[in-house]
Design a protein around this ligand. Structure first.
Ligand code: AGP
Length: 368
């Protein structure tokens, strides 16, 4: 294993650091194709123009990729999108509109609940399914009309990292492609999205360079029992992903909330012993997030803030700040994933858990 790991201590760390390459490989496929239907397979030119809505089905981290995609699909393509946990969907009498595209997201392509949810959607009358998958010719893409393969390379660590960020690229490309077909993305907007994709691997590398600062935070977390993650908008699913990563590999209980929900319940949990991780990019919701942070500070909660270079935060008593790259706009959620992955990794190391093979979990869940 040491040969395969190179300079890294674990597959998870290696896979986190492989993200600039995994992303640029995946982006290359998108740019070569120029947001044309062909990106999603031979039948995409025929099927995608018929799509009137999108239903995303997935589990775990792949489900969080779906939650992120909803924002892009609704805002860029102007198509309604709902996102559901596969294991729930497969057992409910769901409403199926055959004009809706079913999108499954799965790193392995073998997750039983996602596969069964896809079969169930077909039974209910869906006829168009797209698989976003990292493993070629696995079961889920084989059962789908359309496919987008992420080019993350093999992912060995149980905690999904590079699969997630490359799934987001595929989903973003889907939103832009659908938007273009519907006349909602003009040439100038398309050019802007291409540029955003081109710059993404560099911004992700910049975020990876924050590792020493993030490692320095990990000792503060290692002794904690609980943590809260907050984000808003597109960064709320990233907060969910950060909390899941921390749970999976450090065994610290972590929850994520959209920051605006604090007052509706979770604020009761906040006291001096509660670390609160905040994803605070310089977007339209920044001022809202800042006032949510004051609510936490006023109850003694210790804040750990990931803020863009230009979001003007300063450290103070109980407020720790790590500056992520300058705000990158529409793909900011991908860049902000890196620090929460690194945080979970270093907290787990500090606690001495088995990072690549956390207790009770399997890499691909092929049983119910
Ligand atoms: C993430 O770190 C997980 N271990 C898990 O939630 C995973 O994302 C989920 O089981 C779905 O797997 P898939 O993408 O291979 O379908």
């Amino acid at each position: 294993a040491s040969l395969e790991l190179g300079p890294y201590s674990h597959f998870m760390q290696k896979e986190i650091h492989e993200q600039p390459k995994a992303l640029s490989d995946t982006i290359e496929a998108v740019l070569e194709n120029g947001f044309a239907a062909g990106l999603f397979g031979a039948r995409a030119a025929e099927l995608l123009p018929q799509v009137e809505g999108v239903k995303i089905l997935a589990c775990g981290t792949s489900y969080y990729a779906g939650l992120t995609a909803k924002y892009w699909i609704e805002s860029i393509a102007g198509i309604s999108c709902d996102v559901e946990i596969a294991s729930e969907y497969r057992y409910r009498a769901a409403f199926a509109n055959p004009k809706h595209l079913v999108v499954t997201i799965s790193q392995s392509g073998e997750t039983l609940d996602t596969m069964e949810a896809l079969k169930y959607a077909k039974e209910l009358g869906h006829t168009m399914a797209l698989s976003i998958c990292n493993v070629r010719e696995s079961a889920i893409p084989r059962a789908s009309e359309l496919v987008f393969y992420t080019r993350a390379g093999a992912e060995i660590g149980v905690a999904s990292t590079k699969a997630f960020t490359t799934q987001l690229v595929g989903l973003f490309a889907l939103a832009v492609t659908l938007g273009k077909q519907r006349g909602r993305v003009d040439a100038a907007a398309e050019h802007g999205y291409q540029e955003a994709l081109r710059q993404l691997p560099g911004s992700v590398q910049h975020a990876l360079n924050l590792e020493p600062q993030i490692k320095a935070w990990s000792d503060k977390f290692a002794a904690k029992q609980n943590a809260l993650f907050l984000g808003r908008g597109l960064h709320y699913p990233i907060a969910l992903e950060g909390a899941l990563k921390l749970k999976e590999i450090s065994y610290i209980h972590a929850e994520a909330y959209p920051a605006g929900e604090l007052k509706h319940g979770p604020l009761a949990l906040v006291d001096e012993s509660m670390p609160v991780v905040v994803i605070a990019p310089n977007d339209a919701l920044l001022e809202k997030v800042k006032s949510n942070m004051q609510e936490v500070r006023a109850r003694g909660g210790e804040l750990f803030v990931f803020a863009d270079l230009d979001s003007h935060f300063s450290e103070s008593d109980g407020v720790h700040v790590i500056r992520t790259p300058r705000h990158v706009g529409v793909l900011s959620a991908i860049v902000h994933t890196i620090p929460v992955q690194l945080l979970a990794y270093h907290v787990a190391l500090a606690r001495g858990t088995d990072v690549d093979k956390p207790r009770n979990l399997a890499k691909s869940v092929t049983v119910e």
